[in-house]
Ligand binder design. Sequence first.
Ligand SMILES: N[C@@H](CCC(=O)N[C@@H](CS)C(=O)NCC(=O)O)C(=O)O
Length: 217
Amino acid sequence: MSSINVYGIPGSPFLRSVEIGLREKDLPYLLHALAPGEHKQPDYLARHPFGRVPAFEHDGFSIYETQAILRYLDDVFPNPPLTPPDPKLRARVNQVIGVIEWYFFPKAAAPIAFNRIIGPRLLGVTGDEAAIADAMPMARTCFAELDRLLGDKAYFGGDSVSIADIMLAAQLDLFSECAEGRELIGGTANLPAWLKRMLARPSFVATQPPAMLREAA
Ligand SMILES: N[C@@H](CCC(=O)N[C@@H](CS)C(=O)NCC(=O)O)C(=O)O
């Protein structure tokens, strides 16, 4: 029986993406839940020198970076596949992962979600309104583009769920816990129905963010 260990702070959409990938493939794993700050301590930095979450280990093989972990899982445990076989759809999935990593997360989701959700609800700090306002133009560009790339397809890679769908839906579920997120998602043509479908999947239902990050908390 192989052993899979996942390390991260509950509530992180990147950690959740890995857990969802594992659950989509029906793979048992052990979650090592870190407290905020523990990811900057020497023990964890030995796993992930950049001090980000998640980190992952399979039978002694250690790796970090969410998309690399999910691609590894897809190679080693190919059923069900999370990458489409068609080269153009595959390229589309890879493109969306790039948009998430280079534009959406660092320049839109991180500043808005940190200042609106994580800071005030988890860390007890007041959000920086100027940082939120500064991030909105990039956020609008991201949503317009992600909506266009999804188009009328069921999923970013065509008819079945892909790594891009998992990573983006995990991000948007947290993002929709603030007014800016709901306005941005709700202003698109295709993303709301897609997100609703994604969030209804058992893998998403089983990996809910902690209640304190939810707006009603
Ligand atoms: N490129 C990394 C990004 C991971 C990342 O930024 N995770 C956030 C949580 S969602 C984090 O570790 N934040 C803690 C910090 O920056 O101190 C990946 O794909 O795993």
